[in-house]
Design a protein around this ligand. Structure first.
Ligand code: CUA
Length: 325
């Protein structure tokens, strides 16, 4: 019976036990001090009550040692809690270098997933066990929030911007995906399932499905179709910045500031090219706002990322991700 009324979600990712240890320790510390303070309030109220109508309170002086003790001990405990919390937070939001990138597009009211190999899914999401997976997420309309309780993973999914989360599943099975941000009439129906498979089973699953071209290959094709290649090619560097090797590197902008070429900068440059012009270039590029879907932008970014290194054919299909650190 209790199986159907779980008090706490399963621990299905490498992060889950760390988040839970932190959570339960904080809960324990808070409970201890909460009860201590409440208990002392009740005890003192009885112990020092007024015993006759004439009695007048007189000031008590606490010794210096007492003041110091009850300031320093909580300070040490709180700084310890902060340091521990910060460590888990950084771990939760910094994907490891070997994480494989998958893409998530949210819209009212569904979750769309794209595998680096090109497979697409809606609401169901198959991923291999024991592999760090980084999700690059955006929304086609309003703010959603990607929440997988069993992984202790939650992040807002915003229109016009990319956010990332990562996880590494440590058990096979099917786990809930929820939208955790009210996003309209069918918000509560915006659910999905994440299916964790043994790596061999995952390969079989991939092989058994109709797969489109990989993200990088789709991006490369779009690069031609949308005529990006007319200006952004290595022999026309006078018209537009060359994109080979650009991803992850800093560029100097026209106003003298420095911008690292990341997903959000590329997206902005496609939608609003004049916003952050690279120094030495004229604002020649037209906007692609309204002419390109979020999925297509993701594919273009995937392709531009693959140009970052002298990737071999295999690496180009499954781009190795730079550590964000
Ligand atoms: Cu999407 Cu709530």
């Amino acid at each position: 019976m209790w199986k159907n009324f779980p008090l706490f979600p399963e621990q299905a990712s490498t992060l889950a036990s760390k988040v839970d240890a932190l959570y339960f320790t904080f809960l324990g510390i808070s409970t201890f001090f909460g009860l201590l303070v409440a208990g002392l309030v009740i005890y003192f109220a009885i112990r020092f009550r007024r015993r006759s109508p004439e009695e007048i309170g007189r000031p008590e002086k606490a010794g210096l040692w007492m003041e110091v003790t009850w300031s320093v001990i909580p300070l040490i405990i709180l700084l310890g809690m902060f340091a521990w919390g910060a460590k888990v937070f950084v771990e939760a939001f910094r994907p490891p270098g070997n994480a494989v990138e998958y893409f998530v597009t949210a819209k009212q009211w569904m979750w769309k997933f794209q595998h680096p190999q090109g497979n697409r899914e809606i609401n169901d999401f198959h991923v291999p066990l024991g592999q760090p997976i980084r999700l690059t997420m955006t929304s086609e309309d309003v703010i959603h929030s990607f929440f997988v309780p069993a992984f202790r993973v939650k992040a807002d999914v915003l229109p016009g911007r990319y956010t990332t989360v990562w996880f590494e599943a440590n058990k096979t099975g099917t786990f809930h995906i929820f939208c955790a941000e009210y996003c309209g009439a069918e918000h509560s129906m915006m659910r999905g399932s994440i299916i964790i498979m043994e790596p061999a089973d995952y390969e079989l699953w991939l092989a058994g499905r109709e797969s489109g071209p990989s993200v990088v290959a789709s991006g490369e094709e779009l690069f031609q179709v949308k005529a990006c290649n007319t200006c952004h090619r290595s022999d026309s560097a006078t018209l537009a910045p060359i994109l080979h090797g650009a991803f992850g590197e800093p560029v100097e902008l026209a106003d003298g500031s420095v911008q690292v070429v990341d997903e959000n900068y590329i997206r902005e440059s496609i939608m609003n090219p004049a916003a952050k012009l690279v120094k030495g270039y004229k604002p020649l590029m037209p906007t692609y706002q309204g002419q390109i879907t979020e999925d297509e932008v993701i594919q273009l970014i995937g392709y531009i990322k693959s140009l970052a290194s002298d990737a071999t054919e295999e690496e180009a299909t499954l781009p190795a991700l730079p550590d964000e650190g």
